[in-house]
Design a protein around this ligand. Structure first.
Ligand code: HEM
Length: 515
């Protein structure tokens, strides 16, 4: 009997302790942060417990979707109010810096480049965190790969990976890129000969960019990487469905099916990657390949160049990060480019002329790419209007003071890249127009603030793959434009939407004709 009482006492004690911890995590601590942010003068929509502002976001999205669906379909570049309708609406009442809540997680929304500059000045790359809530939710996708890792571990990972993506290393990849692109274009020729007039260019280019990353970073063909890509895509659709409640306590229990699905897909991808890694480790003879996987394995051999090795888990997470990050964003930049060129045929002609002048009658190679200046302007203008990475995220790991206001440690930061790229106050009244010439001799395209144009992020955590992207973009686009011309298809519905990256949610069919 006494034992039973003791057991009851211990059980009640543990129960009360857990309840207390839950109260602290999900109620007291967010409420304290809320008061602190309010006292510091940060405004924003009023949150409610436990959903924060999620319901309001969903409501605003629904009404914006209904308004868009009832209107005529046209290619308008004024997309901020369709991809982030709640931010566009809240900006009107709370300005370009405010707080909103995903469940019990506070997010500092920033679309003001001067505020961003002041906030980030003096904060080193390794001192920024990534939102814990996303790290947890997106674990099956990125694990502890470079996108999510923090502190000294981030420094170690970044040092190991940087050489694989330096300009010198990516140079050698040009011919592999040309090979995969030519294969895709030959397929388009066959499709057209068999009577097909339209090509879903997004689907095609994603597959080709996947093949390119599989070959250049992992030394494998598309077929071997295909399963990884298919599972990654399925996971992306599962994780980024808008009906989820990220930030709400115990949200995984609200969508158990999707949570389990993502977890299982994550496990299957890990197993596939482990096989690729083991095969490479066991492959005999020759000099070791200097691609991304080769460098990671070399680093992992014995004590590694930096005195520390990557664990098997870290190795898999980095591979996963590169499989995903290395193809989708570049493919989307190219896909949006073809849409804009289809809408602006005069720019197709200008680029073709430039390609002719730069390459003459020879095949394109790395040394010619710097000469494709107008293509560089077009790329920047596409990244401005349809930035494949529509936002950048951070989490403060210490209190940060900006303009005498304190942003408390632990606050998530959400930088609205689409918002800044479409802000007439920063770019002028022609902000929604496709005008690549704004980047002629101007790296910032005439934006009146240097932090108003952030397609690749900022500071020490800026995109590590940007050299690879610029090269791939120029090689692939040159080859496409020398063989085909494009025009808009009546079957295309312009509906850019965010599913981690900014995608044409209904595909991107274009009318394609051989030249
Ligand atoms: C158009 C193409 C691309 C765009 C728009 C893009 C955009 C971005 C952005 C906005 C960030 C976040 C930067 C920040 O937090 O400040 C980022 C980080 C990153 N990107 Fe890219 N990216 C592209 C291509 C690539 C490619 C081709 C790769 C890999 C081969 C890659 C790998 C990464 C990685 C690993 C990070 C994390 C870097 C870190 O935190 O240290 N990206 N990218």
């Amino acid at each position: 009997m006494e034992f039973f009482h003791l057991f009851k006492l211990i059980f009640s004690g543990v129960f009360l302790y857990l309840l207390f911890r839950l109260l602290i995590s999900f109620w007291i601590s967010p409420a304290r942060t809320y008061m602190k942010l309010k006292k510091n003068g940060f405004g924003g929509p009023t949150p409610s417990f436990p959903l924060g502002n999620i319901e309001e976001m969903k409501k605003i999205r629904r009404s914006s979707f209904a308004a868009a669906s009832s209107g005529p379909l046209a290619v308008s570049n004024d997309i901020h109010s369709t991809v982030f309708p709640y931010f566009a609406q809240w900006q009107k009442s709370h300005g370009k810096v405010f707080i909103y809540w995903l469940g019990t997680e506070p997010f500092l929304y920033i679309a003001d480049p001067e505020f961003l500059k002041r906030m980030s000045t003096g904060v080193m790359g390794k001192s920024w965190g990534k939102p814990n809530v996303f790290k947890h939710d997106r674990k099956p996708m990125f694990g502890n790969g470079l996108v999510m890792v923090e502190g000294d571990d981030w420094v170690r990972h970044r040092h190991i990976i940087t050489p694989a993506l330096s300009q010198a290393s990516v140079k050698a990849m040009a011919s592999l890129m040309a090979e995969s692109t030519t294969k895709m274009l030959d397929k388009w020729t066959s499709l057209i000969h068999s009577g097909c007039q339209e090509v879903d260019v997004e689907r095609e280019i994603i597959a080709t960019a996947g093949e390119i990353i599989a070959k250049t970073s992992f030394g494998i063909g598309y077929e071997n990487g295909r399963q990884v890509f298919e599972k990654l895509r399925a996971m992306q659709f599962t994780l980024f469905k808008t009906n989820r409640y990220v930030g709400v306590p115990f949200s995984s229990f609200l969508c158990p099916k999707q949570t389990l699905e993502a977890k299982n897909l994550g496990k299957e991808i890990d197993d596939l990657l482990m096989t690729i890694i083991t095969d490479r480790r066991n492959s005999k003879g020759g000099c070791p390949q200097k691609d991304l996987l080769g460098l990671l394995l070399e680093e992992n051999h014995e004590e590694g160049r930096l005195g520390k090795t990557l664990t098997a888990r870290e190795l898999v997470d980095e591979c996963k990060t590169f499989f995903f990050g290395g193809h989708e964003t570049t493919a989307l930049a190219l896909s949006w480019t073809l849409l804009l060129l289809a809408a602006h045929p005069e720019w197709q002609d200008r680029l073709r002329e430039e390609i002719r002048q730069v390459t003459g009658d020879t095949d394109i190679d790395f040394s010619m790419l710097a000469g494709l200046k107008k293509m560089g302007w077009v790329m920047n203008e596409v990244l401005r209007l349809y930035s494949p990475a529509p936002n950048v995220q951070r989490q403060t790991r210490e209190d940060i003071t900006v303009n005498n206001l304190t942003i408390p440690e632990g606050t998530n930061v959400w930088i609205d890249v689409v918002g800044m790229h479409h802000d007439p106050d920063l770019w002028g009244q022609d902000v929604y127009e496709f005008k690549p010439e704004r980047f002629d001799n101007d790296l910032f395209g005439g934006c009146n603030h240097k932090m108003g144009f952030l397609p690749f992020g900022f500071g020490g955590r800026m995109c590590i793959g940007r050299h690879l992207t610029i090269m791939e973009y120029k090689v692939v686009l040159s080859l496409i434009l020398t063989r085909f011309c494009f025009s808009l298809s009546p079957n295309y519905s312009h509906s850019p939407s965010v599913m981690l990256s900014l995608r044409p949610s209904l595909g991107l069919p274009l009318i394609v004709k051989p030249l």
